[in-house]
Design a protein around this ligand. Structure first.
Ligand SMILES: Cc1cc2nc3c(=O)[nH]c(=O)nc-3n(C[C@H](O)[C@H](O)[C@H](O)COP(=O)(O)OP(=O)(O)OC[C@H]3O[C@@H](n4cnc5c(N)ncnc54)[C@H](O)[C@@H]3O)c2cc1C
Length: 232
């Protein structure tokens, strides 16, 4: 069954890095419960055949206020992200959701190996925050790729979390191109090679995510064991 569409009001827009923005929305008609890792669809009043539908992952676990926090990167010439950048507090736009199966496994979790590039870190950050808030964060390694040092999303937050939790390992990498996996391949082989069991979850654009899934499969993982969220 299709999820109902409702209007949401823009609460705030905040720059997180020079080329990413956090957008907070308040659904006007009814609360929108979701699981960390899921996404919503925004129906943007632009394009040749409006609406232009664009998907955005939730960055914060559900809050008592019911606000929905999204983060988007500014795609050069991108219609959707360009439109979102132009929004002002009080503006309204239709949305629907939540959608998606890129959610934490239940019930028991083995070592989580979370891998994201740039805005692909958004759903992973939501999961990490939910687990940390519930004090159920299992042994977790987060591999976080950014196109430049100044575009490292949530770098301070992840660094602080790693300092507080010895079982949370934060491994940031800067790779200009999505297929620049240098360093990451070695880490994956160390953590997931030789039959070691981890739960891999990978998010980002296909050029980043797909070669990593292939690596896990080369290491003996079944395709379905490697959870993937691709953006393009
Ligand atoms: C399930 C799902 C969840 C998503 N969650 C997020 C999110 O949390 N944050 C977010 O910024 N985007 C997210 N996206 C992508 C988003 O829906 C849009 O595709 C993105 O904002 C680009 O739209 P655009 O109209 O600005 O660019 P378009 O004109 O559609 O240009 C797309 C081009 O930009 C490149 N590109 C650069 N960055 C991105 C990106 N982030 N996503 C897709 N393509 C990109 C692609 O390689 C592609 O060639 C998600 C997509 C899916 C399917």
């Amino acid at each position: 069954m299709a999820e109902p569409t409702q209007l949401a009001e823009v609460v705030s827009l905040t720059a997180l890095t020079p080329h990413t923005t956090e957008l907070v929305l308040r659904p006007i008609e009814s609360p929108l419960p979701f699981k960390p890792g899921q996404w919503i669809s925004l129906q943007l009043p632009i394009g040749d055949h409006p609406p232009l539908n664009r998907a955005y992952s939730l960055a914060e676990p559900p809050t008592s206020k019911g606000h929905l926090t999204l983060v988007f990167d500014h795609v050069p010439g991108g219609q959707g992200s360009g439109y979102l950048s132009s929004l002002k507090p009080g503006d309204r736009l239709p949305l629907s959701g939540p959608y998606g199966h890129f959610v934490l496994p239940e019930p028991e979790m083995q070592h989580l190996l979370l891998i994201g590039r740039y805005s692909g870190l958004v759903p992973l950050r939501c999961m990490i925050r939910a687990l940390a808030e519930q004090k159920t964060l299992p042994a977790t390694t987060l591999i976080a790729h950014a196109p430049t040092a100044s575009e490292q999303l949530y770098h301070d937050e992840f660094t602080a979390l790693a300092a507080r939790h010895s079982h949370f390992q934060y491994l940031p990498f800067v790779s200009e191109t999505p297929d620049g996996h240098v360093g990451t391949l070695e880490v994956i082989k160390q953590l997931a090679g030789n039959g070691r069991r981890v739960t891999p979850m990978i998010a980002g654009i296909k050029a980043f995510a797909r070669p990593l899934r292939s690596l896990f499969m080369d290491l003996g993982f079944d395709r379905r064991e490697v959870k993937l969220e691709t953006y393009d």
